[in-house]
Design a protein around this ligand. Structure first.
Ligand code: ATP
Ligand code: MG
Ligand code: MG
Ligand code: MG
Length: 470
């Protein structure tokens, strides 16, 4: 019997607990006291104050399974086997405690002895200048030189704006030629789905200041990140993360509603995977208190939700359907994330309202956009005017990114400068009217309605940051 995703999570946290780590449940997707980041995108992100020595960690060794959102990967979703906008990142962390040797040794031990990955399928990468990491992999662990790939800064030097940074070393799994791109120099680091990067070990040796200068940290740190869905994909030996036990359950729900079969048409499959991914992201985001809006996190949420709704249309789904899928997400993730169970009704209500709102205008908007595209084609033009893009945004609720994406499918683009000018004009006009609305742009009665769904526990995130319930 293959290990389930939930079992792998537990195995990981238990393993690092046995190595003296303090195990903590996931932080919220909403960064606390960190203006540099819109959404948590890695296990280490909420731990930054510990890495920087601003706060004292509860233990110099910690392990988490962190909810992450990466909108930068949105275009890969549904197209590669390994990218999601929402995923869970397993991680072990050392705050000036152990360093490279332990991190690599335990990483290898976990993969080969606990996950029982076949050694011959494993490859590693190091930062091209990191000879220390090479020595450990090669001499201590015994990975042959030809399976240790040296990569440049772009892949194997980790940094997020300012703050802690340093060289990385990644562990890859070779899924076999049939997943490869066929190129002669296909190796770890290649864009295709053959060598799957699943665990990144960051050796946080530096602190980067606002001017981009790296200062050596007095005590180096360890920050590792392992994509839980990717590991499950490897262990369960399925084609993509969309076919692992948990995500497949959600995908099956999409397929059922769309009345389609998965694996028949690649175009439909992409839409099915996009909806599956986005409903996970949206459920977790609303669960962490984010509301749809035209700015910031709320915009990310709105964009994902409306993008999923549009793919529903492409599959021929006529009515609202996204809020129905929330139950499927909770069925597979609720045990590890009890906040989803506690806020189930609230999450469904927020999604239903937002979806309903877009439902009313999406068909008309699509029709109008089709006409715009037709006219551009007739005139041999490729740029939609800012005014028209704004009309789609303002009257039909099309996030700019959605309009851009649909145009890109036709090799067209938007005059974004003019769009932004229209936006500015609108802001001026709406300034006074806006005062009657709350920050998220939701009518106050809607919000009042929703607040009933937020139980008294929903006061902040601190109280969820208790010891792992997993
Ligand atoms: P990739 O090169 O495949 O895009 P990455 O180098 O951007 O991954 P890291 O920043 O090193 O990823 O994150 C640590 C781990 O998190 C990765 O090794 C991978 O297992 C997982 N991960 C990263 N991005 C995603 C994603 N979009 N979906 C699912 N898992 C991801
Ligand atoms: Mg990436
Ligand atoms: Mg990478
Ligand atoms: Mg990486």
């Amino acid at each position: 019997e293959k290990m389930s995703l939930n079992e792998i999570r537990k195995k990981f946290l238990d393993f690092f607990k046995s190595k003296g780590h303090y195990v903590k449940s996931s932080y919220s997707l909403v960064p606390q006291n960190d203006k540099s980041l819109l959404l948590i995108n890695a296990g280490m992100a909420p731990l930054k104050p510990y890495f920087m020595g601003i706060e004292t960690p509860p233990s110099t060794r910690m392990a988490t399974c962190q909810k992450c959102i990466r909108t930068g990967d949105i275009e890969n979703v549904g197209k590669t086997a390994r990218h999601a906008t929402f995923f869970e990142m397993l991680g072990n962390f050392s705050f000036g405690d152990y360093f490279k040797e332990e991190s690599i040794t335990w990483g290898w031990e976990f993969c080969t002895e606990h996950l029982k990955m076949p050694v011959e399928k494993l490859w590693v990468s190091i930062y091209e200048e990191d000879d220390e990491a090479f020595e450990i992999w090669n001499k201590k662990i015994g990975v042959p030189e030809e399976k240790i790939v040296r990569l440049g800064k772009e892949d194997n030097f980790w940094e997020i704006g300012t703050g802690p940074c340093g060289p990385c070393s990644e562990i890859y799994f070779d899924r076999g030629e049939e997943y490869g791109c066929g190129s002669e120099d296909c190796k770890p680091g290649c864009d295709c789905d053959r060598y799957v990067e699943f665990w990144n070990h960051v050796f946080t040796q530096f602190d980067k200041d606002e001017n981009g200068i790296c200062h050596p940290l007095p005590k180096p740190n360890i920050d590792t990140g392992m994509g839980l869905e990717r590991v499950a994909c490897i262990i369960q030996n399925v084609d993509s993360i969309f076919e692992i036990d948990t995500i497949k359950h959600i995908l099956n729900g999409v397929v059922k509603i769309a009345n389609k079969k998965y694996g028949i048409s690649e175009k439909d499959d992409i839409s099915i995977r996009i909806i599956t991914d986005h409903i996970r992201a949206v459920t977790f985001m609303v669960g962490d208190g984010i509301l749809p809006s035209n700015e910031g996190r709320g915009y990310v949420l709105r964009r994902l939700l409306r993008r999923a709704a549009r793919h529903g249309k492409l599959l021929g789904i006529e009515s609202s359907f996204l809020n129905e899928l929330v139950d499927r997400v909770i069925e597979v993730s609720g045990e590890a994330y009890p906040e989803l169970i506690e806020r189930r009704d609230y999450i469904k209500k927020v999604i239903a309202i937002e979806e309903e709102r877009f439902q009313q205008t999406i068909d008309q908007g699509m029709e109008i956009l089709r006409e715009f595209i037709q006219k551009l084609k007739e005139n041999n033009e490729e740029t939609l005017s800012g005014e028209n893009a704004f009309k789609l945004y303002d009257t039909y609720g099309f996030p700019l990114d959605l309009t851009k994406e649909i145009l890109e499918e036709e090799n067209m683009k938007v005059d974004e400068k003019a769009f932004n000018e229209e936006m500015e004009k609108q802001r001026e006009r709406a300034r006074s009217a806006r005062e009657e609305l709350n920050e998220a742009g939701w009518e106050s009665d809607e919000l009042f309605d929703l607040s009933e769904g937020i139980n008294s526990k929903f006061v902040g995130y601190d109280e969820y940051e208790t010891e792992s319930k997993i």
